[in-house]
Design a protein around this ligand. Structure first.
Ligand code: DAT
Length: 224
């Protein structure tokens, strides 16, 4: 399917100018967005979308995983689940410094982890990407993750963990939920730019409800 990309010449909501422009008194926080957190369960497509978004709006792209590995912000490596054990205090401090240093240019921060490493600041919003759990399991299987680790993440997606953490941190006016299922990256970028520009925030009625679609016992049998 051919996707139409945002066109900055036509005052498209995706243009850098329209995102940062016009900040009348009482304007929604989103028009000031300087730190855009792209969050969600590992495998939902945060890195792909985050990079596209940062490039489109001229912000700096930061990946939690890269930062932790490059700056050794971990206490060790858990071989059973094949993950670094994050040094939360060191990471929290590093992020605070990073946000201060780069916020003028704007930051798109890709992370599956919100609480407790991120603190709410002015101009911070979160995009929570969601993905059908069956497709998520397929993507995580392609990473050759152990079944147990795949299930833990599918379970986190089923119970809306990233959404819950984001709403707890920022409140519903600064959280946007996007179902990435069946959407190509350019389509997702377009949708992200549109909802950021509209600035309406999260609503229960448009939220993904995987528990309505899938029985967790059936799913766990398929995955484990
Ligand atoms: P995350 O950063 O959330 O862990 P990712 O961006 O690395 O996820 O993407 C995981 C895999 O899925 C990777 O192989 C690329 C693929 N992918 C990402 N976005 C996609 C999309 N919109 N449609 C199809 N595949 C996508």
């Amino acid at each position: 399917m051919a996707e139409s990309m945002p066109d900055s010449r036509s005052g498209d909501p995706g243009s850098k100018a329209s995102i940062g422009r016009r900040v009348p008194a009482g304007a929604p926080e989103q028009s000031l967005a300087k730190i855009i957190i792209v969050t969600g369960t590992p495998g939902v497509g945060k890195t792909v979308l985050g990079r596209l978004l940062a490039e489109k709006i001229g912000s700096t792209f930061l990946s939690l995983g890269d930062l932790v590995k490059m700056e050794r912000l971990y206490k060790g490596f858990d071989h059973q689940v094949r993950s670094y054990i994050i040094d939360e205090l060191a990471l929290e401090r590093r992020l605070k410094g990073y946000f201060t240093a780069h916020r003028e240019k704007g930051i798109v921060f890709e992370t599956h982890f919100v609480s407790p490493i991120i603190h709410k600041t002015r101009g911070m919003v979160a995009i929570v990407l969601r993905l059908d759990p069956i497709i998520l399991a397929r993507r995580l299987r392609a990473r050759r993750w152990p079944k147990r680790k795949i299930w833990d993440n599918v379970e986190a997606e089923m119970i809306d963990l990233s959404l819950y953490d984001s709403l707890k941190l920022l409140g519903k006016t600064r959280v946007y939920e996007i179902d990435a299922t069946g959407k190509h990256p350019p389509e997702l970028l377009h949708e992200t730019l549109r909802i950021l520009s509209r600035g309406k925030g999260w609503s229960f009625s448009s939220s993904s409800d995987w528990l309505e679609r899938y029985d967790p016992v059936f799913l766990s049998r398929r995955i484990l």
